[in-house]
Design a binder for this molecule. Sequence first.
Ligand code: IPE
Ligand code: IPE
Ligand code: MG
Length: 264
Amino acid sequence: MTRSSAIGADNEVVISPLPRVLDPHRLPNHIAIIMDGNGRWANERRLPRAMGHSAGVDALKRTLRLCSDWGINVLTVYAFSTENWSRPREEVNFLMSLFERVLKKELQSLNLKKVRIDFLGDLDQLPSRLQDLINEATEVTAKNNGICFNVCTNYGGRRELVLAAQRLALKAVEGDLDPNLIDENIFASELLTANSGDPDLLIRTSGERRLSNFLLWQLAYSEIHVTDIYWPDFDVKDLTSALLDYQSRTRRFGGVEPMPPNDI
Ligand code: IPE
Ligand code: IPE
Ligand code: MG
C-alpha cells in the first residue's frame, strides 16, 4: 500500500492515481497554497460567509489527499493570517471553532494516512482548547512518514522574520553566535519552515495576485500559479492544471537556460 489513501466503502483503500498528463518525475516537492475566496464563494450563493469556510474545509481535505496520493512531500496551507484578526468577531470565532471541530474529527484519519501535521504561526494567541488540540495532533502524528502538512495559523511572514531576527540577536548577545557568521542557511534554520524547506510551487485561488504576508522569505524562488477558482471549488482538475503549469516552467534561479549542444 502506498503511504496515503482514502477509505472508501467497506473500508476499501482508494488511491487516486496521478493524472497521465503529469510527469511523475517533475512534481514539486513542496506545494504552498493561499486558500482564498471562501467568502465570495458563499456570497455568490447568497449564503453566510461561514458556509464558505466550511466548504473550504472539504476542498482542503480533497487537496491534502490528492497531494499525498500523488507523492508530494510537503503541503503548506494558509489557514489564518495575523491580519485576519481584523475580521468581524463572529467570523473569527467561527473560524476558531471550525479549526477545533475539524481537527478533532479528522485527527484519527490523518494519523491513519500517516500524515505529519504541524501548525506554523503564533499559536499561543489561539484559544486554549485549540492550542491543546494542536499540541495533541502534532505529537500524535510527529513520527508519521507520510506527507508533511503545515497549517499556517495566526501566521504572518513579517512576524516570522522578526522573531527569527530576535532569536539570532539573543544568541549573539549571549555569546553563542558570532553575528558575522549569520548566513542564509542559519537564518532559514530559525524560520518556522526550518524542517520543510522552500515551496517549489505557490497556488493562490480566487484570482488575487498578492502574497498577503505569506512565507515572504520562503517564496523567493517559487513558481506562482494564480487561478480564478474560489477555494471551495478547487478540485482535482484545478490541482492538475496548477501542476501542469508548474511543469511548463523553466526554473532558472537567476542562471541561464541550458542550450542544446549545437546552439552554444
Ligand atoms: C480565505 O477566504 C479564508 C480565510 C482568510 C480564513 P476569505 O474569507 O478571505 O474569502 P474572500 O476573500 O472574502 O472571498
Ligand atoms: C490570505 O487571504 C489569508 C488566508 C488565506 C488565510 P486574505 O483574504 O486574508 O488576504 P487579503 O486580505 O485578500 O490580502
Ligand atoms: Mg480573502
